[in-house]
Ligand binder design. Structure first.
Ligand SMILES: Cc1cc2nc3c(=O)[nH]c(=O)nc-3n(C[C@H](O)[C@H](O)[C@H](O)COP(=O)(O)OP(=O)(O)OC[C@H]3O[C@@H](n4cnc5c(N)ncnc54)[C@H](O)[C@@H]3O)c2cc1C
Length: 493
């Protein structure tokens, strides 16, 4: 039953005392949360729709039955075995920074909060690898590596509010993806607990040719195929130097063309960010270059000096050939200082309906995709705030990251508009041959489109899920997979 008010959930709440004491026998009583308010904090992640609901005193899903906080892989395994024996549904929880509802309980799930698994297990500079427990905070992890002179190169905007396990489970991407790759390029090995309690180890080895990648059931598995307890990631030395360059370009077409040619020339800038006219204008006020060349791009180059300089020169030659010119570096410093700020919170708190949607398109599709999406959202609500940037680029194409914002209005008017906006953006991504998701994952909010995205591949995923988790206990109803019987349907409340 969706649309339940928080007050009604509180009144009808009952704690499962037997289950709580069985879990306490594994993790200690302090690590089983039974109080209503403590559990309610886990009823949402950063899914904007859940936020809109809570603003109106309602839940998107339900309040979890209990929260358990294991402190070791052995405890995770014992919790999973207990849950399997008692047919208890579980949701692995990193830090709840997901924006698609991946950790929202929909039935009677117990949350498995992994944040006590927070240690670096081994640093192996010789083989360029680091092994870390899955619940370690991303920023704490990166700072610890920096102190030793290393980095993983994974810098999601949410680094301060997410865990390493969450990065892998959502198949995420960081701001430096054009140099260091996305999380799937970084995970060399992992340890996990499968839905029946079996421990799984993908040994960290440079490469293997031994059938399909079992690792990728977990990397991108969003907690539906098991709980990741440990990861081994690729390690890099901190770059000797880093240089940010701000560029003014005459048009979006010129900017896309430059990014395409830079990537196809095998250059590896650390960061490439192209902003549409709306987002450029917000960041370039008072800068003369942008009066005639209104499109902003920020590039960052890093590494050892001779390589960095050569890469920068080659990239700037390409930019000059499409009519771009170097501009003052204020927008680079502004981006750098604010790169981990979560802007959505500010808009939600002021009553706006702010959301972001990231999709992937190939270079040949990007111009049509952007034009069609911009036209579609304006047709749905002419006064909408719509802005886009392209912040992950590849030889083949790019991620188009869009912000959509409706002004404060009644929830009954806003939610149908919000649903139409999502429908338009996701359907157009598919129509243009792109992907519905670049790095935020699927959670529950992308359930309506995942079958169209994956085709027969989705039935393959469901068959694997059924084989590994016949009682459908591990994060049911996410990734468009079969929900638990009687579960809440979040989109139709
Ligand atoms: C302001 C903001 C900016 C963001 N920027 C980025 C960005 O730049 N790049 C990016 O990739 N994402 C971004 N995100 C999305 C989000 O932060 C990422 O998806 C992040 O990886 C989620 O990590 P988490 O630890 O918070 O996971 P959670 O939100 O707790 O969980 C997400 C999903 O992963 C599963 N899960 C979590 N931990 C495990 C585990 N150990 N084993 C198995 N399953 C697990 C959960 O069950 C759930 O399905 C952003 C979010 C916000 C709010």
């Amino acid at each position: 039953m969706t649309g339940l008010t928080i007050a009604a959930a509180r009144t009808s709440d009952q704690v499962d005392a037997d289950l709580a004491s069985a879990l306490a026998a594994i993790v200690g009583a302090d690590n089983v949360l039974t109080e209503f308010e403590a559990r309610r904090a886990y009823a949402h992640d950063r899914l904007p729709f859940a936020n809109f609901r809570e603003r109106a005193g309602k839940l998107a899903g339900v309040v979890p039955r209990l929260v358990v906080r294991p402190g070791s892989a052995a405890e995770v395994q014992a919790v999973v075995k207990l849950a399997r024996a008692g047919r208890v549904e579980l949701i692995p929880f990193g830090n709840g920074s997901g924006v698609l509802g991946g950790t929202i309980p929909l039935h009677r799930e117990v949350m498995v909060d992994l944040r006590r698994l927070d240690r670096i297990v081994a640093l192996n500079p010789h083989d360029a690898m680091v092994t870390v427990e899955a619940g370690m905070n991303g920023a704490v992890f990166e700072q610890a590596l920096n102190a030793e002179g290393f980095t993983t190169g994974h810098f999601p905007q949410s680094i301060e509010i997410s865990t390493v396990g969450g990065w892998a489970a959502c198949r995420g991407g960081g701001q430096a993806s054009s140099r260091y790759g996305k999380i799937e390029d970084m995970v060399i090995g992992l340890k996990a607990v499968l839905p029946d309690g079996t421990p799984l180890e993908i040994r960290p080895v440079a490469r293997r040719s031994v059938g399909p990648s079992v690792r990728d059931l977990l990397v991108g598995g969003e907690g539906a195929f098991g709980i990741i307890t440990e990861l081994t990631l690729r390690l890099w030395r901190l770059p000797e130097a880093e240089r940010g360059v701000v560029v003014a370009l005459p048009s979006l077409e010129a900017a896309w063309e430059a990014a395409r040619r830079i990537m196809q020339a095998e250059l590896r800038p650390t960061v490439v960010r192209i902003y549409d006219a709306r987002e450029s204008a917000d960041r370039t006020e008072g800068l003369d270059q942008f009066k005639t060349k209104p499109i902003l791009a920020i590039l960052v180059f890093s590494g050892s000096e001779p390589m960095l300089g050569a890469e920068q020169r080659a990239a700037l030659d390409i930019i000059a050939s499409v009519g771009g010119e170097v501009a003052p570096d204020g927008p680079f410093h502004h981006w750098k200082e604010n790169r981990y700020v979560a802007y959505s919170q500010k808009w939600q708190a002021a009553g706006y309906y702010n959301d972001t949607v990231e999709v992937t398109g190939n270079w040949s599709a990007i111009p049509g995709m952007y034009a069609a999406m911009s036209a579609a959202v304006h047709a749905i609500y002419p006064q909408i705030h719509f802005g886009a940037h392209w912040s992950h680029v590849y030889p083949e194409g790019a991620c188009q990251y869009m912000t959509i914002r409706l002004p404060p209005m009644d929830e009954a008017e806003a939610l149908p508009l919000h649903a139409k906006l999502w429908e338009a953006l996701q359907s157009l991504a598919l129509e243009q041959g792109g992907s519905i998701a670049h790095h935020h994952g699927v959670g529950l909010f992308r359930n309506p489109w995942i079958k169209a995205e994956l085709g027969a591949g989705h039935a393959v995923l469901q068959a694997i899920k059924d084989a590994l988790d016949p009682d459908n206990l591990m994060n049911p109803g996410k990734l468009g997979l079969r929900p638990a019987t009687g579960a809440v349907d979040v989109r139709h409340g």
